[in-house]
Design a protein around this ligand. Structure first.
Ligand code: BES
Ligand code: MN
Ligand code: ZN
Length: 490
């Protein structure tokens, strides 16, 4: 973790200066000489993505100065600030430098508190690693980062709070990353539930965990059928945060897919498709991470989150292709593919959260279809909805956070694809439009409540290291869920 003790521009071991392409100047002459040198040699122009470092002597010690480009002032946005911050932290960590001063960029285009918050979040995210299972990993040095302007002595309350909020957002994202990165022999339904309980204690929300008897008593037959092939007991995890006690009837519902492992079941996945399937609880992880930030920041709204956690395995007791099963809502489902298990757990969780927890709106988050990866790649979340206003709210929050979201169409023709000859619905519509039909399957259980379905199969996991993270769990879209909740908070 990063601490924010007050270093100054001259006492830090490294000074990071963000520069705009059309204004490569700072107020210190000595620094300006070096900047001009780099510019004249064509080594640094201030373009977004560029960086250049040199050393100087201040107070008789050597300081590393790292210039990072933000591009033209008219094109500046928070994402460029985040990327530049991440790049700077990663470069300096590589050099073994831990006392870092991030000099807040001078621009009128973005509010000071917004800049500072984005810098705090991205510094924490860039510092993230998951090396706990490497016995020869070198110990992570603690970073000591200051975010300020040169010459400013005291941080105002607003600035302190912006740093605080930025760090809390990152902590929520990191909760999700860690849960996804833990292997499935460590995170299974029971330990996922424990993680939710701990997050609740730490951040201030209530957690109730139900076992298999309650799941059966609630008639969550679709969920139970997926779970019963595993010796690990399924858990129904319910998290409640009431930040707006005067409006108790107004509750936002979150549902996260919580397959702690997905082998595909009898419709078994190929070896390569099975390796990363510990990440099939990415929706659950995001829900726990987001609720943690929401509660920690004391937002004034009510949120209830539900996770139907289980494993999808093969055994003498596992469900099989061709079976017809029930669901908590009473609808019957023909199982044409045991690998389309996520939607079976989700529809019972959705029905539960609407009927038992009485939420007014539902957002479900799920690593649901490989088709989402094929259609939109690793950096855009696919969205299916029954409510344009709700989608616009999400879209606008996501434009602020930089989590890309794209809405898919829901023409009636697609609904034909999940009609069954023998039951009310079948659990797969086949290869075509896979992300849409998966979404529409869930829609059949939302009882016309405003609903957003976020297929995060592409975005919850990344195969690349980047400025703001490493291969593995990304923690998406924790930031967007928090931002949406914050905009509702009165
Ligand atoms: N968990 C998978 C989806 C997935 C695939 C997530 C790749 C992340 C990366 C899901 O349960 C699944 O297996 N979906 C099937 C649906 C099909 C059988 C209709 C798929 O995408 O192939
Ligand atoms: Mn599956
Ligand atoms: Zn799955």
């Amino acid at each position: 973790m990063i601490s924010y003790k007050s270093l100054t521009c001259s006492t830090a071991d490294a000074l990071v200066i963000y520069l705009l392409e059309n204004n490569l100047k700072v107020s210190n002459e000595d620094l300006n000489k070096n900047i001009s040198f780099a510019e004249d040699k064509g080594l640094f122009k201030g373009k977004s993505g560029e960086s250049y470092s040199f050393t100087r002597t201040v107070n008789d010690t050597i300081q590393t100065v790292l210039l990072v480009g933000l591009g033209k002032e008219e094109d500046i946005n928070l994402d460029k600030v985040r990327e530049a911050t991440g790049k700077a932290i990663k470069k300096l960590k590589e050099l073994g430098i831990t006392n870092i001063f991030l000099r807040v960029p001078h621009t009128e285009a973005i509010k000071l508190e917004e800049l500072i918050k984005a810098m705090a979040t991205s510094a924490e995210l860039a510092n993230y690693t998951f090396n706990k299972y490497k016995t020869d990993a070198k110990e992570e040095k603690e970073l000591n980062v200051s975010i300020s302007r040169c010459g400013v002595k005291e941080a105002t309350k607003e600035i302190e709070d912006a740093i605080n909020e930025g760090v809390e957002v990152a902590k929520g994202i990191i909760i999700a990353r860690n849960l996804v990165n833990e292997p499935s022999n460590v995170i299974y339904p029971e330990t996922l539930a424990e993680a939710a309980v701990n997050a609740g204690k730490e951040s201030g929300f209530e957690v109730e965990v139900h076992g298999v008897e309650k799941i059966k008593a609630l008639k969550m037959e679709a969920f139970y059928n997926v779970a019963k092939g595993s010796v690990k007991e399924p858990k129904l995890i319910v998290m409640r945060y009431f930040g707006d006690e005067d409006n108790k009837e107004n509750v936002l519902g979150l549902v996260g897919k919580g397959l702690t492992y997905d082998s595909g079941g009898y419709s078994i996945k190929p070896t390569t498709g099975m390796v990363d399937m510990k990440s099939d609880m990415g929706g659950a992880a995001s829900v726990i991470g987001a609720l943690s930030v929401i509660a920690k920041r004391g937002l004034k709204l009510n949120v209830i989150a539900v996770i139907a956690a289980c494993e999808n395995l093969i055994s003498g007791d596992a469900y099989k292709p061709g079976e017809v099963i029930g669901s908590m809502a009473g609808k019957t489902i023909e199982v044409v593919n045991t690998d389309a298990e996520g939607r079976l757990t989700l529809v019972d969780a959705v029905h539960y959260i609407i009927t038992e927890e009485k939420v007014n709106e539902v957002i479900d988050l799920a690593t649901l279809t490989g088709a989402a990866l094929v259609a939109l790649g690793e950096t855009t979340t696919a969205v299916v909805t029954n409510n344009e206003g709700f989608f616009n709210e999400l879209k606008s929050a996501s434009e602020y956070t930089g989590d890309n979201m794209w809405q898919l169409p829901t023409f009636d023709d697609y609904k034909e694809l999940i009609k069954s000859d023998i039951a009310d619905l079948k659990n797969s519509g086949g290869r075509f439009a896979g992300t849409i039909t998966a979404g529409l399957f869930i829609e059949a259980f939302v009882q016309d409540k405003p609903w957003l379905h976020l297929d995060i199969a592409g975005t919850a996991w990344t195969s690349k290291n980047s400025n703001l993270g490493v291969k593995g769990g990304t923690g998406a879209p924790v930031h967007t869920l928090y931002e949406l909740a914050k905009r509702r908070s009165k």
